[in-house]
Design a protein around this ligand. Structure first.
Ligand code: CMC
Length: 427
């Protein structure tokens, strides 16, 4: 196991602390008794050097640019499995063994995708211009009023019901946020459609199960679109102790209803430093407007007197190319080849931004590479997803991760309420 010794240079006192071996990644010092043994606590704003929990869900190697869910590389999951398979894997530990197994879980989600009538009526109270992230956070909180059986948070069956219910309902809620904002009638889920196809159908469909008509007949949702969105969701499914996941765990640590904790995670994800970056990237690319302006914006991003940051660049953990961004770039190029046209103008600006930034010493020295949000917006636009739904799509992707992390936290008999200290500098 090993240990480290901490020496107080003022008094000469020495204290030993155990090192914890991780199955992958660097060791951690067990400082849980630091205050008790030394009377001193640690200061780590932003928790860059602090692990708040032990987890078996996802692993990131920031130097190698590697991301694993339960030991399996995301690339393998993206290539071989559907998003719903990955959901099952994250919340219940096993990948489907065969197509029947996979379909069974998928069917359960389809049947749980309908919203409570009272919840549907609540959309009416939100103004048309309400950001869907605010609406979603509020409505997920409302789920805690509709599903009040507390048994569900203390046994395995209950955890599974809690997770499956919200994973199933969140696409319906996202689609309804949009339809409500444009005054369109809600489209009920269609149980004959798979998870992602159903979402696109609820977003784009017309009443009575119809899709948009054009002169060639009914426009279906293409398998290519479904596949691309499915892969995007898998890429977002979990990502260690990021701000929103940590929020879910922190709020869950007080013993609240799981949906109250998840609602807080949605709020945390909304910010532009986190999941809100995908929306901002697209708006920023439009603001850059032309490849000839890229150098000017790169200079702005480097200027310490200018708050401007290059959105979709940089990451706390990755100091090399974010593997999710690499896969997204591949998906973008493949879709382009297969006929789903990207916005070439924005694509060219994005490529130029990446090219200039990756050659620039400022970005190289700080290990700033494109992150997951850099290319996702361009793909989502090509899939005809409105820009204000980009972060809600991140919510759909991250939902199994939040549920898995919450279950892991709640099942841990040693878990304690989150209660950090402060370095007091006041009067
Ligand atoms: N543009 C310009 N400079 C940057 C950027 C950027 N996007 N990101 C970091 N830096 C600089 C920063 O100014 C600092 O410079 P210096 O050392 O001279 O003070 C250095 O790089 C380290 O940055 P930091 O702010 O200390 O890093 P952090 O780990 O606290 O923040 C981050 C990480 C993601 C919030 C930040 O890189 C950022 O604001 N990026 C833009 C927003 C973004 O794309 N967010 C999505 C993150 S990925 C999705 C997710 O998982 O949430």
């Amino acid at each position: 196991m090993g240990s480290i010794t901490l020496i107080n240079n003022e008094t000469g006192d020495k204290f030993d602390f155990d090192l914890i071996d991780c199955t992958r990644g660097p060791k951690a010092v067990d400082f849980s008794k630091l205050f008790e043994t030394t009377g001193i606590f640690s200061y780590d704003p932003g928790y860059s050097s602090t692990a708040g929990c032990k987890s078996t869900i996802s692993f990131i190697d920031g130097k190698k640019g590697e991301l694993l869910y339960k030991g399996v590389a995301i690339q393998e999951l993206v290539d071989k499995y559907k998003f719903t398979d990955v959901c099952k894997f994250l919340i219940s530990d096993s990948l489907p063994q065969n197509d029947t197994d996979s379909l069974e879980f998928d069917l359960e989600l389809r049947h749980r995708s309908f919203l409570h009538e009272k919840l549907k009526r609540m959309f009416d109270v939100f103004p048309d211009r309400a950001h869907p992230m605010a609406t979603l956070s509020a409505l997920v909180s409302v789920l805690a009023t509709l599903y009040v059986d507390h048994k569900e948070i203390v046994n395995e069956e209950g955890y599974q019901t809690m997770a499956r219910r919200i994973i199933a309902k969140i696409p319906t809620m996202v689609a309804y946020c949009y339809r409500n904002s444009v005054g369109a009638p809600f489209i009920e889920p269609d149980v004959s459609k798979s998870y992602v196809e159903n979402f696109l159908y609820m977003l784009r469909g017309y009443p009575h199960g119809r899709m948009k008509y054009n002169r060639d007949g009914e426009q279906e949702i293409s398998a290519l679109e479904v596949e691309a969105l499915d892969k995007i969701l898998t890429l977002h499914a979990d990502h260690g102790q990021n701000a929103s996941t940590t929020t879910v765990r922190n709020v869950a640590s007080t013993g609240v209803h799981p949906y109250a904790a998840i609602s807080s995670g949605i709020s945390a994800l909304w910010g532009p430093a986190h999941g809100g970056a995908n929306e901002k990237v697209l708006r920023q690319l439009s603001e850059i407007g032309d490849v000839k302006n890229v150098d000017k914006f790169i200079e702005k991003a480097k200027d310490k007197n200018d708050p401007f940051r290059l959105m979709g660049f940089g990451h706390r953990v990755y100091k090399s190319y974010d593997p999710r961004a690499k896969t997204l770039k591949k998906i973008k190029d493949e879709l382009d080849k297969k006929g789903i046209k990207m916005d070439t103008h924005l694509s060219e600006i994005a490529q130029k931004v990446e090219e200039v930034a990756l050659k620039d010493d400022y970005f190289k020295e700080r290990g700033l590479y494109p992150n997951v949000d850099f290319y996702s917006g361009i793909i989502l636009t090509a899939l005809k997803i409105p820009v204000e739904l980009f972060t809600p799509i991140f919510v759909m992707g991250r939902m199994p991760g939040w549920c898995a992390q919450l279950i892991e936290h709640n099942k841990n008999p040693h878990a304690r309420i989150t209660r950090p200290r402060q370095v007091y500098l006041g009067k």
